[in-house]
Design a binder for this molecule. Structure first.
Ligand code: C5P
Length: 220
């Protein structure tokens, strides 16, 4: 129905940061709060979808009677959780701030302090979104891009390189947008390079705008 346009659809969302262990007590992470992804999950559920939310470490909570939530820590764990659900979903929106690198080896014991330079060798993590693009069949696949320069150009490149159906650009340049903030300002770009820019607004409203754009494109 028009009140529940996602009824019968399954939606996969990723949210939050990932933590990549250095030793048993330390990690490499980032400032993602997970808010945008949790609001995307709430929006999809309110539109009638069955929602799988896969989130990195965050204090946020969600109604787990309504939304199936998988809490993971590392990029590797997020990759595995996402691939468990991907074949059965209709829409996937990847808003997590996945670490691009992880320590090449994880120390078994807490690393001791010494008074000299210390190096941590990093290796790339798997790009979850690119892996979904590479094996896309029926899914409508949406990525996020957080850029600090040449925003539109870089977002369009990601869209085609990762074989996405759309990408949501959020710029760190915009006041009130991004990490930890209650609001966001986004631009939605589809694979025909049709561009729609939205005003700064609360993340729950941003999430509904994003799903409106998706619904319009899966029902054409
Ligand atoms: O290339 P970049 O990391 O900027 O692309 C951002 C998009 O890719 C986001 O949708 C993010 O969730 C996703 N991503 C991912 N796995 C990674 C890195 C990014 O799914 N390892």
């Amino acid at each position: 129905s028009s009140r529940l346009p996602l009824k019968g659809k399954k939606v996969l969302i990723t949210a939050g940061p990932t933590y990549e262990a250095i030793d048993p007590v330390r990690f490499i992470g980032n400032h993602s709060s997970g808010k945008m992804g949790f609001e995307l999950a709430n929006a999809a559920a309110s539109l009638g979808a069955k929602v799988y939310l896969i989130t990195g470490p965050t204090h946020l909570t969600i109604d787990d009677n309504l939304i199936h939530i998988d809490r993971v820590v590392s990029a590797e764990e997020m990759y595995n959780a996402v691939h468990k659900h991907y074949n059965s979903v209709d829409i996937a929106v990847l808003s997590a701030a996945v670490s691009d690198y992880r320590p090449k080896s994880v120390a078994d014991e807490k690393i001791k302090k010494k008074s000299m330079v210390m190096e941590v060798v990093l290796e790339p993590t798997k790009d979850i979104l690119a892996s979904l693009g590479a094996q896309k069949s029926h899914q409508f696949l949406v990525g996020f891009a957080l850029e600090t320069e040449n925003e539109l150009e870089n977002a369009k490149k990601k869209l085609s390189k990762k074989n996405l159906d759309a990408i949501v650009l959020n710029s760190l340049r915009d006041q009130g947008a991004g990490f930890g903030k209650p609001t966001n300002k986004v631009t939605f770009i589809d694979k025909e390079l049709k561009i729609k820019s939205f005003n700064l607004k609360p993340k729950n409203e941003v999430a509904l705008d994003i799903f409106n754009e998706i619904i319009y494109r899966i029902n054409d």
